[in-house]
Design a protein. Structure first.
Lengths: 131, 415
């Protein structure tokens, strides 16, 4: 007997063939639902990636525009500031992802302590919270 | 002058000790005694062995309270009348409020599915869907890992055929089989939600089985993972996925709620609450609500849910061959779900030319975040520099949505 209508089939004392149909159909419905959801999430992701790309291009274009601005010649007596250089002994910039500076400082201190090395001999590139 | 002897005699007669000494054990009370021993064993598992203690302790204590004579905290006969179409108390919450004990009143939250939904709200507020959003294909693993739900459902129905062949008396109706099958989803609130609607008389056994197996994930899953994958596959390192923007994380719960509620309206209470909790977390403007959902609300509901579910473990209805069958079918469901997820992982591994570690498929059985941790641990045993946790979290949270979908489907068929 095919499971054509739940009203016409005894689902309380369900037969094995009907149970097999329900099981296969159920598994298929779960797959179908999650595949559709996957498509939606993928489409959402593509839109956001494209948006981020556009924003990055815009930022790059703006930066190029600034770089392209001709610098006026220095007049006599004007103080010319040197180009912003990192301070001597610096290890560069530390990138923080979902981490506040206080926690980052604590983590760096712990790592230095565990390694038995002074903090100024270590270089931290980035700290990211693993959720 | 007051008769002290009479007062003491009355006190004795109304005590549980008197009930124990006056034919309690011959009138089926031995079952309650066995249940008290089981409750103590569950307390041991929860407190000493730390098997899902937040729930196990409450369930065990509820079981202890309900089986003590003369307590009057839970009345199974009231709930039997509540479910009986011919009874004058059919679906009468008034009768429960009027005549019920403390645990009867708390149980209303289970009966109306309020507790599982509120638990899902807390789970949503604690879940980061970022790994899923950065790798949407992990939703497929969440779907694959629901295999055990449907295999166990079919297995429970097939037991009826065995009855005819072997002359046994174990059998399950369609709704009962569906409730047993959902144990394979490894999702306690979903199992309670579905069982309270389809087979409330099996609630205690199914809840205990579901939470026990969730606690035993580190023991159940690794042998299956090792049997189904090669050491080379387990060593596969996965590349870091992309960063997900905050806007994406905010839009996701709204999209999922609309989509899933339209697809399977029976799932709307569970998914709706899960996504409401997540939206409160991700929106960043409702931090107080998110904090309450994650902590205070979750803890309060856990106390009431676990104790009232434990109260349904009354000796006369729990100590049956049916319960034993549920325990066996539950572990089968769990094992097959793990195997289903791993199979999905293996297919994905082949399809991507070895870029996906198949172990992450086992995390598709929901049970957040335990299953993901197990995938990470097994991966690190084979390659200590392999960090699979973030990759396994994708299928793990997909499993929550998958098991809710499976429950919604079974509810739409049998509800």
């Amino acid at each position: 007997m095919m499971l054509t209508s739940t009203a016409s089939v005894d689902l309380v004392n369900i037969s094995m063939p009907n149970a097999a149909i329900v099981a296969i159909l159920g598994y298929a419905v779960v797959f179908f639902g999650l595949i559709l959801l996957m498509c939606v999430v993928m489409a959402m992701g593509k839109i956001f990636i494209a948006k981020d790309k556009k924003a990055a291009e815009k930022a790059a274009a703006a930066k190029n525009g600034i770089d392209a601005v001709p610098v006026a010649p220095h007049t006599k007596g004007e103080i010319v500031l040197p180009e912003r250089q990192p301070a001597p002994g610096t290890a560069g910039q530390l990138k923080l992802y979902d981490t506040d500076p206080k926690t980052a400082a604590m983590i760096m201190a712990i790592v230095a302590n565990k390694m038995g090395k002074p903090l100024n001999e270590l270089r931290f590139i980035s700290i990211k919270e693993v959720k | 002058m007051i008769n002290i002897g009479e007062v003491l005699l009355n006190l004795w007669n109304t005590s549980g000790f008197a009930a124990l000494s006056s034919g309690f054990f011959t009138a089926g009370g031995w079952q309650n005694l066995v249940m008290i021993i089981i409750a103590c064993f569950l307390l041991y598992l929860g407190i000493v062995k730390k098997f899902e203690p937040l729930l196990m302790v409450g369930i065990a204590f509820g079981c202890l309270l309900t089986n003590l004579p003369m307590g009057g905290l839970y009345h199974q006969e009231l709930w039997t009348a509540f479910m009986d179409h011919n009874s004058e108390f059919y679906h009468s919450y008034g009768a429960i409020m009027r005549e019920g004990g403390l645990l009867d009143i708390l149980y209303i939250g289970v009966k109306t599915s309020i507790y599982p939904c509120l638990i899902f709200m807390g789970v949503g507020a604690m879940t980061d869907f970022g790994p899923l959003l950065s790798n949407p294909k992990s939703l497929l693993l969440g779907a694959a890992a629901q295999m055990g739900v449907f295999v166990a459902f079919f297995g429970a129905v097939a037991m009826n055929a065995l009855n005819d062949l072997l002359g046994m008396t174990i059998g399950f109706t369609g709704p009962e089989a569906a409730s047993i099958g959902i144990i394979g989803g490894a999702d306690g609130p979903t199992a309670i939600f579905l069982t309270s609607k389809l087979a409330p008389h099996l609630l205690g056994a199914i809840a205990v089985a579901a939470y026990s197996y969730m606690a035993l994930i580190p023991l159940i899953q690794p042998p299956i993972m090792n049997a189904m994958t090669t050491p080379e596959q387990r060593k596969i390192k996965m590349v870091q996925t992309r960063n997900v923007s905050k806007t994406e994380k905010i839009i996701f719960p709204i999209v999922v709620t609309i989509f899933v509620a339209l697809l399977l309206p029976d799932t709307a209470p569970l998914i709706g609450c899960l996504m409401l909790g997540n939206l409160a977390k991700e929106s960043g403007v409702t931090d107080r609500l998110s904090d309450t959902m994650q902590n205070a609300l979750m803890n309060i509901v856990t106390i009431m849910l676990s104790t009232s579910v434990g109260a349904t473990m009354v000796g006369s209805s729990f100590l049956t061959v049916q319960t034993l069958s549920i325990v066996v079918l539950g572990v089968v469901a769990f094992g097959i779900s793990t195997a289903g997820g791993l199979l999905g992982g293996l297919i994905m591994c082949k399809a991507t030319g070895g870029k996906v570690n198949p172990l992450i498929g086992s995390a598709g059985v929901s049970a957040v975040p335990m299953a993901a941790r197990v995938a990470n641990t097994v991966g690190q045993k084979n390659n200590p520099s392999n960090f699979l946790l973030m990759h396994a979290m994708g299928p793990n949270v997909a499993g929550v949505i998958g098991s809710a979908l499976a429950a919604g489907f079974l509810l739409s068929v049998f509800g």
